[in-house]
Design a protein around this ligand. Structure first.
Ligand code: CTP
Length: 406
């Protein structure tokens, strides 16, 4: 289930051009299963209308502490008591300054000050011009606000509405959602260093051709995201895929199985969990032609011969740290038939405590999947769901098994 499902979020908008992104953010929050109560400052009203947010959230937007629709005339108390979190997006330089001073002369800053500080987190998505962001006063105020218990989600870097380029853009709505989902996820993998391989590998034949497979990397990326949400430090070694890096995840891009093997060897000694989701090519062409192989007009076809690639998972699983329980290894099996028998045999062959089976042709490139978890106790099905949800469920299952081993 999405960690935002059933959460009540007070979405506060302060004045800034990034208000236009707050509409998309509200929509994504609702889509994730949250209820959203928008609160706007007067300045926010210069950039977006309450009508837009009301239509997207299905709730009347509150803009004033003098709103007479509140029967007890205490909007600041009612709103802050109901919230599971208050998210200010966009959070302007002025609003950060107001929070730093504990100002309460308009509704949004008033309800931040009035919130039960231990129970209702305050999350900020700052948005402003790069000079304003870099200004010592802004940074000083933000440090103060964070010291007072707020969480800054950080800013993006890039082109700004003013035409300048640098730090200070509001994070994209999807990035804010990622941060929020992580915020609400129990930290089951706190302290763990998780290494994940994902995607296909590409084995070159010549400078323009190669052998690869249909793996999209989506499952591995979803697991990386879920592991980070659960508090792990995550390194993702990705074959050639077209996927954005999950927030907070360190990514290493590789091409061939041998590149992937080298990257894994470099990171495995400090990892505590290794999850091999990559569809590593079992073989590679024995020789890579230096130049593009040309047709010579005779109809002769190139004769390719192959050599076996290193088995990355088996190699890691056989390492002393894995054998002594310091590195928990999880393998995947992409099968086309008889999943239970093949996955059980593969688990033993690879020497891993947990092997996750799936039907390759039914999952490659798809957004959903079904998994079969095989360990020494038997098999357990994770029924068809989105890869995002399965990533979370798998992380939970892994965390339970790892706890059981301690
Ligand atoms: N794997 C790996 N290195 C390889 C081959 C596979 O690390 N050279 C890992 C995969 O990431 C996966 C597991 O081993 O976690 C099983 O991969 P799979 O391709 O299903 O199995 P193979 O060992 O290649 O066996 P087969 O293709 O014969 O089913």
């Amino acid at each position: 289930m999405n960690p935002l499902s059933g959460k009540h979020i007070v979405l506060g908008l302060s004045g800034g051009i990034a208000c236009y992104k707050a509409a998309e953010l509200a929509r994504l929050l609702v889509k994730a299963g949250a209820t959203v109560q928008a609160v706007m400052t007067e300045a926010a009203g210069q950039f977006i209308t309450a009508v837009t947010l009301q239509a997207l959230t299905g709730r009347a937007v509150v803009t004033s502490q003098w709103d007479l629709r509140e029967p007890n005339a205490m909007a600041h108390i009612n709103l802050s008591r109901e919230a599971d979190a208050i998210l200010i997006a966009p959070c302007s330089a002025d609003f950060i300054a107001r929070l730093a001073q504990g100002r309460s002369d308009e509704l949004l800053s008033l309800l931040c000050v009035a919130r039960p500080i231990e129970r209702v987190p305050l999350l900020l998505a700052p948005a402003m011009n790069r000079e304003m962001w870099a200004h010592p006063a802004t940074q000083r105020n933000l440090m103060q606000v964070v010291a007072d218990g707020a969480v800054s989600l950080g800013v993006g870097c890039g082109e700004q509405a003013c035409g300048e380029t640098g730090d200070g853009r509001m994070l994209e709505p999807a990035e804010i959602i990622e941060e929020l989902e992580a915020f609400f996820t129990p930290k089951r993998l706190a302290g763990e260093r998780v290494l994940i391989t994902a995607g296909p590998t590409f084995e070159a034949i010549d400078p323009v051709r190669g052998v690869t497979n249909h793996s999209s990397g989506k499952m591995g990326f979803a697991i990386a995201r879920a592991a980070r949400e659960a508090g792990a430090q995550v390194t993702l070694i990705a074959g050639p895929v077209h996927l954005p890096t999950p927030r907070g995840v360190a990514r290493v891009d590789v091409h061939s199985a041998r590149n992937m093997f080298e990257a894994v060897e470099q990171h495995a000694p400090t990892a505590t969990v290794f999850i091999a989701t990559a569809a590593v090519a079992d073989w590679r062409p024995a020789a890579v032609a230096l130049h593009k192989i040309k047709k010579d007009g005779s109809g002769a076809v190139p004769q390719l011969s192959f050599v076996e690639n290193p088995d990355i998972l088996a190699h890691v699983a056989a390492s002393p740290r894995a054998r002594h329980g310091q590195l928990y290894c999880v393998g995947f099996a992409a099968e086309s038939e008889d999943l239970l028998a093949n996955a059980s045999a593969k688990r033993k062959r690879k020497g891993v405590p947990l092997l996750v089976g799936n039907i390759g042709p039914a999952t490659f490139g798809q957004d959903d999947n079904a998994l079969l978890l095989v360990d020494e106790a038997g098999a357990q099905e994770l029924p068809r769901a989105s890869k995002r949800e399965l990533g979370r469920a798998l992380v939970q299952q892994m965390a339970e098994r790892m706890r059981g081993r301690q």
